[in-house]
Design a protein around this ligand. Structure first.
Ligand code: PEP
Ligand code: MN
Length: 337
C-alpha cells in the first residue's frame, strides 16, 4: 500500500511512519515528489490489517496498490520518470537514440560506426562485450577487452556507453565501463541478476523476455526497483509468435499499455523485433507514433561482415534516413528527436 502524507507533514512525522512500518517488519520506500511525499509499505501488508494508519500524524490517506508490482506502477507515482544520465534525459520530450553494432568487434570498426552516428545526434553508443549467443560456438564477445574499446570510443566521441550484463559476477566489471547497463531478453527473469542491478547506481535497460507477458516484464522491473534502483528503462524488442517471416513479432501495443501501467520510460528495439533491415525503419516510425521514449537500433558500417546480427543491422546512410522520417513523426506527436 502507499501512504500519502499531508502537504504540511513534518520530518518527524515521516520518520515515525517509517519506524512504525519497520516495527511491523515492513520496508518503507520514501518518494518525495514536487507536490507530495509518499511512503510505500514494502512486504506482506497483511500485518497492517488492524492498524489505523489514517490516524497517524502527518498521514492524509492510505491507498492499496492492487497490482502485484508496486514501485514501478502508475498508481504509486503518477508523473513520468525522467532518467538523467550525464546531462541526457530519458523519458522526457526528447526521444533518445541508442545505436551501434550488435557486438563490439574491434576498436577500429567500433570507432568507424560511432563516428558515423555521433554527427547524427545519437547520444548513446550500444555494443555488446558479453554476447548471449544461441550457439556456444558463435562469437561470444570480447569481454573486458570489448568494454575497454567502448570506453575509448566514449572518450573520443562523448557518446555514452550501453552494454549488456549477463552474469552477476561481472557486475562490478561492466559498471566500471558502462553508463547504462542492459539486461537482455534471455535474462529478463534472471532474478539474481535483477537483484544485482537493483543495487547499482546506473540506469538499466530491461529488455522484455521473448516469451514474457507485460505483467512479467513489470514484475522483473519491480525486482530492480525493490533493491533501490529506480532508473529502469523498459524495452520492447519483439516476442515469439508463430510467425517466421520476421525474427520476432513487435508488440507495439506494449508501448501505450506500459505507459498506462508504469511511470518508467519505454523504448523500442525494432532491430531484434523484425531481424531484417528492410522492416526496421517502418517499425521505428511506428514506435515513435505509439509513444516510445527512445529507439535502440543496430547499425554497422559493413553488415555483411558483422560477427552477429548483420542481417538486421542498418548501414549509417539508411539509419540517417530512418532518423529523418522518425523526426517528422516525432514532431507530429509533440516530441523532438
Ligand atoms: C542485443 O541487444 O544485442 C540483444 C542481444 O538483444 P536481445 O536481448 O533483445 O536479444
Ligand atoms: Mn543483436
Amino acid at each position: 500500500m502507499i501512504i500519502v502524507l499531508k502537504p504540511e507533514h513534518t520530518e518527524e512525522d515521516l520518520q515515525r511512519i517509517v519506524r512504525r512500518l519497520e516495527d511491523k517488519g515492513l520496508g518503507a520506500h520514501i518518494s518525495k515528489g514536487e507536490q507530495r511525499t509518499i511512503v510505500g509499505a514494502i512486504g506482506d501488508e497483511r500485518v497492517l490489517r488492524e492498524t489505523p494508519i489514517e490516524s497517524w500524524p502527518g498521514v492524509e490517506s492510505v491507498l492499496p496498490i492492487l497490482k502485484p508490482y508496486k514501485l514501478v506502477s502508475r498508481e504509486f507515482k503518477s508523473e513520468d520518470t525522467i532518467i538523467k544520465v550525464n546531462g541526457q534525459e530519458i523519458g522526457g520530450r526528447q526521444i533518445q537514440l541508442f545505436a551501434g553494432p550488435c557486438a563490439v568487434e574491434s576498436r577500429e570498426i567500433l570507432e568507424e560506426i560511432a563516428l558515423s552516428l555521433q554527427p547524427l545526434g545519437v547520444g548513446f553508443l550500444r555494443g555488446g562485450a558479453f554476447k548471449p549467443r544461441t550457439s556456444p560456438y558463435s562469437f561470444q564477445g570480447w569481454g573486458e577487452k570489448g568494454l575497454k574499446m567502448l570506453a575509448a570510443v566514449r572518450e573520443e566521441t562523448g557518446m555514452l556507453v550501453v552494454t549488456e550484463l549477463m552474469d552477476p559476477r561481472d557486475t562490478v566489471l561492466v559498471c566500471k565501463y558502462a553508463d547504462i547497463v542492459q539486461i537482455g531478453t534471455r535474462n529478463m527473469q534472471n532474478f539474481r541478476l535483477l537483484t544485482e542491478v537493483g543495487n547499482i547506481d546506473k540506469p538499466v535497460i530491461l529488455k522484455r523476455g521473448m516469451s514474457a507477458t507485460i505483467k512479467e516484464l513489470l514484475m522483473s522491473a519491480e525486482y530492480i526497483a525493490a533493491q533501490g534502483n529506480e532508473k529502469i528503462i523498459l524495452c520492447e524488442r519483439g516476442i515469439r509468435t508463430f510467425e517466421t517471416e520476421t525474427r520476432n513479432t513487435l508488440d507495439l501495443s506494449a508501448v501505450p499499455l506500459l505507459k498506462q501501467l508504469t511511470h518508467l520510460p519505454v523504448i523500442v528495439d525494432p532491430s531484434h523485433a523484425v531481424g531484417r533491415v528492410d522492416l526496421v525503419p517502418a517499425m521505428a516510425r511506428a514506435a515513435i507514433a505509439a509513444g516510445a521514449d527512445g529507439l535502440l537500433i543496430e547499425v554497422h558500417v559493413r553488415p555483411e561482415e558483422a560477427l552477429s546480427d548483420g542481417p538486421q543491422s542498418l548501414r549509417p546512410a539508411a539509419f540517417a534516413s530512418l532518423l529523418e522520417e522518425c523526426s517528422r513523426v516525432a514532431r507530429a506527436v509533440g516530441r523532438t528527436l
